[in-house]
Design a protein around this ligand. Structure first.
Ligand code: SF4
Ligand code: SF4
Ligand code: SF4
Length: 365
């Protein structure tokens, strides 16, 4: 059933930078906007993502070492450790094995390492230090990279065979480890709906009667929620809130509305959008290259920042959806929709905890 009360939120062209699960949610909202409302993202820059950490679990872990997560200015994963940068140049590290107990449960069933549904995907794996790997997947992505290079924002070079092999190994490692967890959950009646094969022609019938109560049972209550905030953005009644880092509702769902269920990347995902493929490491793509920002420097070569800066400056898009740090709690990510290149530069750097990114696109009318 079509959702007739959907809102037309923005006529502006938006670019987003997001994790693979966020890119899937955006692809669903672009494709099924008759049901979710029009929250179009015109340019999707996906990130490589192995896992993400629970803010609350990490807070508890650091407490054991008498460190308050609020005092952490920056965090990096390098050389088998998670490094926490504190005030006065103090640095604290914990082994990745120890940090792994803080991985979000939803990441343990994730099959997408390289944001397979984006226009371009960017990550540090596969390229030398100071460079990033770019997977170009669409003509839009190709134009962005070509024009940014022509205008001097980035430099590119071919990716090496060694780099490609490393990317492939990590992608397959993620897929095979997480596939075991998916099968385990499916066997104990904790369905992993997004992984089930859903022919595109059956999809709308399957989700037609599903409302927030189903989203809660099928995703939120069983460790499937990736905390993307797509349900909050899509809800035409504005009754979805994120409380204690979980979506919940305060009100009644009108008959016929299934917007949150359609927007969610962890309910059923139609075959043409799904990135469940365990045999293909990166999904479909046009080419893979290495790139480096010519002006801006960052942990991954500053390429994402340079590409977004170019896209805003050259009016490829009007606004960019980025994730920055919370001023009060620097380690806690916070999404922002911005027209300013300065905001994009400020938001540079990897974030290791989940953030309801789509909340920033919600304009309360
Ligand atoms: S579910 Fe976790 S691992 Fe998968 S893309 Fe999202 S944050 Fe990354
Ligand atoms: S929470 Fe209810 S009203 Fe809001 S999108 Fe979901 S089903 Fe619709
Ligand atoms: S329940 Fe909401 S926040 Fe969680 S994954 Fe689904 S859409 Fe995203």
């Amino acid at each position: 059933m079509s959702n007739n009360s959907v809102k037309q939120e923005s006529a502006e062209k938006v670019a987003m930078v997001g994790t693979p699960c966020q890119i899937t949610a955006s692809t669903l909202m672009n494709e099924y906007s008759d049901y979710t409302g029009k929250h179009n993202v015109d340019l999707k820059i996906g990130l490589f993502c192995m896992e993400n950490f629970s803010y609350n679990y990490l807070k508890e872990l650091l407490k054991e070492y008498e460190i308050d997560l609020k005092d952490v200015k920056e965090c990096r994963i390098e050389k088998g450790f998670m490094w926490f940068y504190l005030a006065e140049n103090q640095v604290f590290k914990i082994s990745l094995d120890e940090a792994k107990r803080c991985i979000r449960k939803s990441c343990e069933i994730c099959m997408d390492f390289t944001s397979e549904k984006s226009d371009i995907s960017v990550g540090s794996v596969g390229s030398p230090e100071g460079w990033s790997t770019i997977i170009i997947r669409s003509e839009k992505g190709r134009n962005l990279v070509d024009n940014a290079e022509k205008k001097g924002y980035i430099k590119t070079k071919p990716v090496t065979d060694k780099g490609l092999k490393l990317m492939e190994r990590l992608a397959f490692e993620k897929k095979s480890e997480n596939l075991s967890e998916i099968k385990k959950r499916e066997n104990v009646s904790r369905p992993v709906l997004y992984w089930r094969v859903m022919p595109s022609e059956n999809y709308l019938d399957e989700v037609s009667d599903s409302q927030f109560i189903d989203l809660k049972g099928d995703v939120i209550d069983i460790g499937g929620c990736v905390l993307c905030g797509a349900c909050l953005l899509a809800c035409p009644e504005d009754i979805v809130k994120i409380k204690d880092r979980k979506p919940e509702i305060s009100g009644e769902c009108p008959p016929g509305c299934n917007a949150c269920y359609v927007a969610c990347p962890r309910t059923y995902v139609p075959e043409n959008i799904s990135s469940r493929g365990e045999k293909s490491p990166f999904g479909d793509y046009i080419k893979i290259i290495s790139a480096k920002a010519s002006i801006i420097h960052g942990q991954d070569g500053g390429v994402v920042t340079a590409l977004l800066s170019y896209a805003l400056a050259d009016k490829v898009v009007d606004e960019a959806l980025v994730v920055d740090k919370n001023i009060e709690e620097p380690w806690k990510p916070e999404a922002k929709l911005t027209r300013n290149v300065e905001d994009v530069v400020k938001a540079a750097g990897t974030k290791y905890s989940a953030c309801p990114i789509f909340k920033a696109m919600k304009k309360i009318e």
